[in-house]
Design a protein around this ligand. Sequence first.
Ligand code: SF4
Length: 56
Amino acid sequence: MGMLNLVLANISRKPATRLYPFEIRAPFKEFKGRIILNSENCILCGICQKNVPLMQ
Ligand code: SF4
């Protein structure tokens, strides 16, 4: 009966996913833009690695 209850509960719920790319989520209010790296101007100073820990 557990599986049947789960199926019946999911029928009445809205989908957990979006129809990307047709439905695009609005950006978060803290969103400041994307980082675009121009490798021709990079001098390999490493400042970006220190300031953005996820890039390390
Ligand atoms: S901060 Fe330095 S290493 Fe990072 S992209 Fe700019 S020039 Fe290159």
